[in-house]
Design a protein around this ligand. Structure first.
Ligand SMILES: *Cc1c(COP(=O)(O)O)cnc(C)c1O
Length: 398
């Protein structure tokens, strides 16, 4: 059976050029980048070249790049690190309710430490406006953290104008750009952010590697204690092969960003349109698709299609598609057997019931029109079958 992977927002396959670039750093150049001998110097050269590549792609300086273990750590480091450094002066943290759990839970931890956490309101498609942000940012605000692109519904924020609201009050601004990078242009210069998070495994790089951009002059406290690696902002021997892979993955993603945006946007909008036409009671969560190339102010990423199928249970849809060799995910977190509705969908005003009937299809570099056609054929039958087993749905339809 042909396998179709539509869960690229969860993780991606390592690209062959990335793997190839990494291999010598496991074998030939295995040295510790902190060692002074030739082995260490070889690793150090690779590490610093990778840092320059990453910095250049983001319009940053090499000294502003802090390599770490991925998006989760970068989010923790930026939010908690900057909050801790400002603790004596500012006490408020502002985030959106649609943030990744790495930000949500970091904010919860800061709350336990005595910080005041405020949530900015989001629109029914997940947009944060400057007006909404201005209501919760004040002179006591240490850090504002709002993601550039949402992982579940694809909403893209106008970060540059939100940054101005934060800076007006002297607050720092962090953005989680894990789902934005490689899908739309990401530049710390045009965004104006003070801090930004990236992860390699969402862009065809290896798992366990990522970076935090921390603008020169912005103080962050390290989360862990140890050596003076990464200018003491992230102690621990650097994962040189992973970092080489991250830099290569960033290079390739940026080279493909324009063509992949247009291609994936076309596939995604066709798929969404097919489903809305072929299946009754389907809703698209997040912004509508726009046609053509990347707009100057994108409002969604091109690869994410989040649909609610009223009367069909999300987990049942996932399992039925899996039996057909199709991999998708729900926006809901499955913990200890209980399925919680997605916090993102609840935050944009969906009912818990509909949120549990929602599926995220995330396309990627390897997704073809054939894949989309196949899923468009298979899915209506699955939904019909699941709905026929739901007395509640049948009753509501009568
Ligand atoms: C995947 C993801 C993360 C976490 O990145 P990891 O490298 O898996 O820790 C953070 N934020 C967003 C938006 C993500 O999609």
């Amino acid at each position: 059976m042909k396998q179709i992977y539509l869960d690229n927002n969860a993780t991606t396959q390592v690209a062959s050029d990335v793997l190839e670039a990494m291999i010598p750093y496991f074998s030939d150049y295995f040295g510790n980048a902190s060692s002074v001998h030739a082995f260490g110097r070889d690793a150090k050269v690779g590490l610093e070249n990778a840092r320059e590549t990453c910095a250049e792609i983001l319009d940053a300086e090499p000294s502003e790049i802090v390599f770490c273990s991925g998006g989760t750590e970068a989010d923790n480091l930026c939010l908690k690190g900057a909050a801790h450094a400002l603790k004596a002066k500012r006490n408020r943290i502002v985030i959106s309710p649609t943030e990744h759990s790495a930000i949500l839970q970091s904010a919860e931890q800061l709350e336990r430490e005595g910080f005041e956490v405020r949530f900015v309101e989001v629109s029914p498609i997940g947009i944060v406006t400057t007006e909404a942000l201005a209501k919760v940012v004040n002179e006591n605000t240490a850090v504002v953290s709002i993601m550039q692109a949402n992982n579940e519904i694809g909403t893209v924020q106008n970060i540059a104008e939100l940054v101005e609201v934060a800076h007006d009050k002297g607050a720092l601004f962090h953005t989680d750009a894990v789902q934005a990078f490689g899908k739309i242009p990401v530049s710390v210069e045009s965004l104006g952010v003070d801090m930004l998070s990236l992860s390699a495994h969402k862009i065809y790089g290896p798992k366990g590697t990522g970076l935090a951009f921390v603008r020169s002059g912005v103080k962050i406290e390290s989360l862990v204690q140890g050596g003076s690696h990464e200018k003491s902002r992230r102690p621990g021997t650097e994962n040189v092969p992973g970092i080489i892979g991250l830099a290569k993955a960033m290079e390739s993603s940026v080279a493909l960003v324009q063509s992949e945006y247009t291609r994936l946007n076309e596939l995604s909008s066709t798929f969404a349109k097919n489903m809305l036409e072929r299946i009754a009671d389907v809703t698209l969560n997040g912004p509508e698709f726009t046609e053509g190339a990347i707009p100057s102010l994108p409002i969604r990423t091109p690869q994410t299609v989040n649909l609610s199928f009223a009367g069909a249970e999300g987990e049942a849809i996932i399992l039925s598609l899996d039996l057909e060799g199709i991999a998708v995910s729900s926006g809901s977190a499955c913990s200890s057997g209980a399925v919680d509705p997605s916090a993102v969908l609840l935050a944009i005003g969906q009912t818990p019931e509909l949120a549990k009937s929602s599926i995220r299809f995330s396309l990627g570099r390897h997704t073809t029109a054939d894949d989309i056609n196949h899923v468009s054929e298979v899915l209506p039958k699955i939904i019909e079958r699941l709905r026929s087993m739901s007395p509640a749905y049948a009753k509501a339809r009568r």
